[in-house]
Design a protein around this ligand. Structure first.
Ligand code: NAD
Ligand code: ZN
Length: 232
C-alpha cells in the first residue's frame, strides 16, 4: 500500500503554548472584544480604527512568538512522510512557517498580509497598519487586514476540498470544532472513508465524529502522533 495521504487542520490550540491566546481564553485579546466589533465586515465599517488596532496588537504579539514542539513536529512530518501532507490552518499567525512548514493553507487569512478591499491586491502588511492606507496597486485608500471575518468566505476552499476527497487520514488539532466550514471537514473526510483523529486539550464540539480522540497539550500529543506515523 502506498503511504497515506494526510490532511491536517489546526486551530488556536496549537499556538496556545506559544503564548497566543485562544478565543476562549479568559483575559485574552478576544475576551476584551466582541466578535461583532472586531471580526465582521460590519464592525470594520463602523469603527475601522478599533479593528485595525486590534489586529495590530495581534500582529505584534505573533511577531514576538516562537513556534512550539507541535508546530515543529508537523514540519517534520511534511518533510519526512512519503505520502502527501496537506496542512490547513484556521490560525492567522505564522508559527507553522516559523516552525519550518511549507505551503501552509491559511483558510482564515494571515496577520502578515494586507488586502485591498477595492481590487483584492495583497501585499506584506507593515507591523502597524493604519486606517485608510493606500493600496500599492490601485492606489485606493482601502487597505484592510487580510483576515477572513465572520460572514466572509474562507480562502482556498476548492483546494482543501480536493485534498479532503483524497484523504486517508484527517487530523484536527487544537480546534473547538464550532466554526464552519472548518468544523465540517471531519464529515467530508469520513465520507471518503478516511480515518479521523482529534488531538485537543478538551474535546471539541464535533468530537463524536472522530474515530480516535487524543487529549492533552499539543506540544506533547502532536510530536507523539507524528512519531507514530513516521514509524509506520
Ligand atoms: P478556539 O479558541 O475556539 O478553540 C481552541 C481549542 O484549542 C479548544 O478546543 C481548546 O481545548 C484547545 N486547546 C487549548 N490549549 C491547547 C493546547 N495547549 N494544546 C492543544 N489544544 C489546546 O479556536 P479555533 O477552534 O481555532 O477557532 C476557530 C476559528 O473560529 C478561528 O480561526 C476564528 O476565525 C474563529 N473565531 C472563533 C471564536 C470563538 O469564540 N470560538 C471567536 C472569534 C473567532
Ligand atoms: Zn487596490
Amino acid at each position: 500500500m502506498s503511504a497515506p495521504s494526510i490532511v491536517i487542520l489546526t486551530g488556536a490550540g496549537i499556538s496556545a503554548e506559544s503564548g497566543l491566546g485562544t478565543f476562549r481564553d479568559e483575559g485574552g485579546l478576544w475576551a476584551q472584544h466582541r466578535i461583532e466589533d472586531v471580526a465582521t465586515p460590519e464592525g470594520f465599517a463602523r469603527n475601522p480604527q478599533l479593528v485595525v488596532d486590534f489586529y495590530n496588537a495581534r500582529r505584534a504579539q505573533a511577531a514576538d512568538a516562537n513556534p512550539n514542539a507541535a508546530h515543529m513536529a508537523l514540519a517534520r512530518l511534511q518533510a519526512e512522510h512519503a505520502g502527501s501532507v496537506t496542512l490547513v490552518t484556521q490560525n492567522v499567525d505564522d508559527l507553522h512557517e516559523k516552525g519550518g512548514s511549507v505551503d501552509v493553507i491559511h483558510m482564515h487569512g494571515a496577520l502578515n498580509s494586507a488586502l485591498c478591499a477595492t481590487c483584492e491586491h495583497r501585499w506584506p502588511a507593515p507591523l502597524a497598519m493604519s486606517v485608510g492606507q493606500d493600496c500599492p496597486y490601485c492606489t485606493g485608500p482601502t487597505a484592510r487586514p487580510d483576515i477572513v471575518w465572520f460572514g466572509e468566505i474562507p480562502y482556498h476552499m476548492e483546494r482543501i476540498e480536493r485534498a479532503l476527497a483524497n484523504a486517508d487520514v484527517f487530523v484536527a488539532i487544537g480546534t473547538s470544532g464550532n466554526v464552519y466550514p472548518a468544523a465540517g471537514f471531519v464529515q467530508m473526510a469520513r465520507h471518503v472513508g478516511a480515518e479521523t483523529i482529534e488531538i485537543n486539550l478538551e474535546p471539541g464540539e464535533n468530537v463524536g465524529l472522530f474515530d480516535d480522540v487524543r487529549a492533552g497539550k499539543a506540544s506533547e500529543t502532536v510530536p507523539n502522533w507524528v512519531a507514530e506515523v513516521l514509524a509506520g
